[in-house]
Design a protein around this ligand. Structure first.
Ligand code: F6P
Length: 346
């Protein structure tokens, strides 16, 4: 192994640069050259790559986003795209690609591995923490910390104005951010995609809470949550495009209509994905990057770096993308101890 390619695909997140830096450092120590592939899989299709050295990757550990750029692509790729990837991969002299990404990026990695187009090792990132096969995907810790700080700030304004504030956080299919930030921020109600929302129960709880003298409430909802009995609104996941913001607005309007309480919405959106990574994400990103180079050196292709019981290991990419990792139900039960809905039933 002399030349390792690295790409970052799908949604950006804090910690990507920590992985890139770690891959370059470790690979150089192993006597390898690293080629940075621009904008995810698109860089291999368009032959957009450049050699990464110490100079280009110094001072990036704490920087959000990705110095390589990214693009959203979903599996399966078109035949002509695969042909281009194959041609450019061969021409570049790259021996193996480290693909850093979430579900979409890693599904493409698996396809290309199974078709024998490229040799690949995966690294899991996801602010949604929805990847299986690993206890943790980096980016999530930063997103939870950002969301928690926002909930704290919204608490004070909700209380002063005697309002309900619906805070929409990211999480298309799983409610990890809503659950963890909701607990950490002391939300009164946490709503996740894993369980349909019973709107009448929520409104009853808000009324009773108001009756007890609490004239404000904080509701944290995942963008992908669903209200039972209401048809789904505009979600287009097949194209890889997705619009944040609609769930929070929908829920806030519904609550205001049903209860008459003044209700506002705050969509945290891309703020959760931007900015500096937490120390935890920098450390996990660094550990993942070093391990990814080791897997390449050991020719363990089709594998993804993973975290189990705080030890860095590897799993088949196939395992990681087979199904999404739903929220921890034990933690969800804990959240209910503090929920206005539970309080209502006491
Ligand atoms: O997959 C991560 C994620 O942050 C989701 O939580 C969100 O729905 C989505 O990306 C939005 O992505 P974009 O608008 O960048 O395509």
């Amino acid at each position: 192994m002399k030349k390792i390619g690295i790409l970052t695909g799908g949604a950006d997140c804090p910690g990507l640069n920590s992985v890139i830096r770690a891959v370059v450092r470790k690979a150089m120590q192993e006597g390898c050259v690293v080629t940075g592939i621009k904008n995810g899989w698109m860089g291999l299709i368009e032959n957009d790559m450049r050699i990464l050295d110490l100079r280009l990757t110094s001072g990036i550990l704490d920087r959000g986003g990705t110095i390589l750029g990214t693009s959203r692509m979903v599996s399966p790729l078109k035949a002509d795209q695969i042909k281009k990837i194959s041609e450019n991969y061969k021409r570049s002299g790259i021996d193996a690609v480290i693909a850093v990404g979430g579900e979409d990026t890693l599904k493409i990695a698996l396809d290309l591995h199974e078709m024998d187009v490229i040799r690949v090792v995966g690294v899991p990132k996801s602010i949604d923490n929805a990847l299986s096969g690993t206890d943790y995907a980096f980016g999530f810790d930063t997103a939870v910390n950002v969301a928690t700080e926002c909930i704290d700030r919204l608490h004070t304004t909700a209380e002063s104005h005697h309002r309900i504030i619906v805070i929409e956080v990211m999480g298309r299919y799983t409610g990890w951010i809503a659950l963890e930030a909701g607990i950490a921020g002391g939300a009164d109600i946490i709503l996740v995609p894993e369980f349909p929302i019973n709107i009448d129960e929520i409104c009853d709880s808000l009324r009773l809470r108001h009756g007890r003298g609490k004239s404000f409430s904080i509701i944290v909802v995942s963008e992908g949550a669903r209200v039972a009995g209401y048809t789904d609104f505009d979600r287009d996941d097949t194209s890889g495009k997705h619009r944040v913001g609609k769930m929070g607005e929908f829920l806030a309007n519904l609550i205001e209509d049903k209860t008459g309480y003044e209700t506002r919405v705050s969509v945290l959106g891309y703020i959760q994905r931007g900015g500096i990574p937490t120390a935890y994400d920098r450390i996990i990103g660094t550990r993942f990057g070093v391990k990814a180079v080791e897997l390449v050196k050991e020719s363990k292709f089709g594998k993804m770096v993973s975290l189990h019981d705080n030890k860095i290991r590897s799993v088949d990419i196939k395992e990681a993308v087979k199904q999404r990792k739903s929220i921890d139900l034990d933690l969800y039960e804990i959240s209910k101890v503090f929920s206005a809905v539970t309080e209502n039933n006491l």
